[in-house]
Design a protein around this ligand. Structure first.
Ligand code: PGA
Length: 272
């Protein structure tokens, strides 16, 4: 596991964007799994900047969204603040500023008539695309990966999941409150890629920032693997793992010195 610690949110986001960009440059038709939430916002903004100023080319990139609230869908007729779908978030933060093709964007449909069937088809689409090359992930304050709330099987597939009170509170503070949407109107269910489905990606890029994530980040990375912290499944991942943290989110880790040392050795020896 590569654990990268940067002093600030902006610096960690630049590092994360650099990893995504190098994946796109190495494999222009790569498949990205995209996360939503406040954590990746600056990463997406940096990618947009790279597209505009450095010609980072999204024309062959395919994307799959990680999760979506159940009962909402992208509604371009609504102002951005009033449409809290994750599809809309990615449209506003990333898609519309790049040259990604519409047909290469795969969204979890929160309005699907038969969500269970939809989830199966979605996983088939991922397989048909050759699998996810790089999966972006945040981590919730309750330890969730995507919307795999505590108690989700670590082998779980893409499915409908009920949200915890903690997640509802966090997302209310980060998004709904700012948009002036009453908490009672928040969806209590979501469609989420399962932990088992996430573990099938080739590479994982997990990001976290801020003091409020510090304890849960330490539990996920250094604690026991448990379905009560679904992000701890990262310890079972077989592919390439990079965890990018700001100083505050890394503040409860026990082995920080080792992680910093390891990164330095890699820079000196492995990447030359
Ligand atoms: P956040 O959410 O980025 O809004 O903190 C992270 C997550 O729920 O995975």
């Amino acid at each position: 596991m590569n654990i990268i610690i940067r002093d600030t949110y902006q610096e960690m986001s630049r590092y994360a964007a650099g990893l995504v960009a190098s994946m796109i440059r190495q494999k222009p038709d790569c498949v990205l799994g995209l996360a939503t939430g406040s954590t990746p916002i600056a990463t997406y903004r940096e990618l947009v900047r790279m597209h505009k100023e450095e010609g980072l080319d999204f024309s062959q990139v395919k994307t799959f969204n990680l999760d979506e609230y159940l009962g909402v869908g992208m509604d371009l007729g609504k102002p951005y603040e009033m449409d809290q779908s994750y599809a809309r978030f990615l449209y506003e933060e990333l898609f519309r500023h790049t040259n990604i093709r519409k047909e290469n964007i795969f969204l979890l449909d929160g309005l699907a008539k038969d969500p269970d069937e939809f989830c199966k088809v979605y996983e088939e689409e991922i397989k048909k695309s050759g699998g996810i090359d790089l999966q972006l992930l945040g981590i919730g304050c309750d330890g969730h990966w995507a919307f795999n709330e505590p108690g989700s099987s670590l082998a779980s597939r893409t499915r409908v999941e009920a949200l915890t009170k903690q997640t509802l509170d966090d997302n209310y503070e980060s998004f709904y409150k700012k948009a002036g949407i009453p908490r009672e109107q928040m969806p209590h269910f979501a469609i989420t890629m399962g932990v088992g489905a996430i573990l099938e990606a080739r590479n994982i890029l997990m990001m976290a920032n801020g003091r409020k994530k510090a304890v849960v980040v330490a539990k996920a990375i250094e604690g026991p693997v448990t379905s009560l912290i679904t992000a701890s499944a990262i310890q079972l991942f077989r592919g390439g793992i990079t965890v990018v943290l700001d100083r505050e989110a890394a503040s409860e880790l026990k082995y920080t010195e080792h992680y910093l040392h390891r990164e330095k050795l890699k820079n000196e020896f492995f990447f030359q």
